[in-house]
Design a protein around this ligand. Structure first.
Ligand SMILES: [Zn+2]
Length: 178
């Protein structure tokens, strides 16, 4: 059984300033290289993929500037397990420090030969995004990043859909009348 909870925090420059015991144990169980020297490193060293980084940066900005707190499900598979976690991200009341607290919600063993996940997105998945207001279109609705992530289970997917940069109707109208 995996470590059930872990937490870490970043400063205003997105550098890891605090990690707890759970973080180290989790890192060890999952064979993360160099986890012991995580402190002081950029959070973005640990996020794979350009699109994923982009969406997570947006989310972090929203949390710091607007919503202050978000809880989202995300996938964090280990070498032999499929793991669902719940991540709570909270902006500290003073300054730009942000705390992350993750807890395990479900864990199942993984087949050595992974079977195709019917819920997995296809490579051609496109997620429309407005380049002006940074909202995303989900089922015909334009949503802020945290709501889009929740509805689409963005961080639960093994693969991010590609972002399709465009403009939403609201921004399009604003620009037309400017
Ligand atoms: Zn827009």
């Amino acid at each position: 059984m995996t470590v059930e909870a872990l937490s870490y925090a970043i400063d205003d420059q997105d550098h890891l300033i605090k990690v707890d015991e759970g973080y180290y144990r989790f890192a060890e169980e999952n064979g993360w290289e160099g986890a012991g020297s995580s402190l002081g490193r950029s959070l973005w060293d640990f996020v794979a993929g350009h699109e994923m980084k982009k969406v997570q940066r947006l989310l972090l900005k929203r949390i710091r500037d607007e919503v202050r707190e978000v809880e989202l499900p995300f996938r964090c598979d280990g070498p032999d397990v499929r793991r669902e976690m719940l991540l709570r991200i909270v902006a500290h009341s003073s300054g730009r420090t942000v705390m992350f607290a993750a807890r395990l919600s479900a864990e199942t063993g993984r087949e050595p030969q992974p079977i195709l996940d019917p819920g997995a997105p296809h490579g051609e998945d496109l997620l429309p995004m407005c380049g002006w207001c940074d909202r995303f279109e989900v089922d015909g609705e334009w949503l802020e990043v945290e709501e889009a992530a929740r509805r689409l289970g963005l961080f639960r997917r093994s693969e991010m859909p590609a972002l399709d940069h465009g403009i939403c109707p609201r921004c399009s109208k604003l620009l037309a009348t400017a």
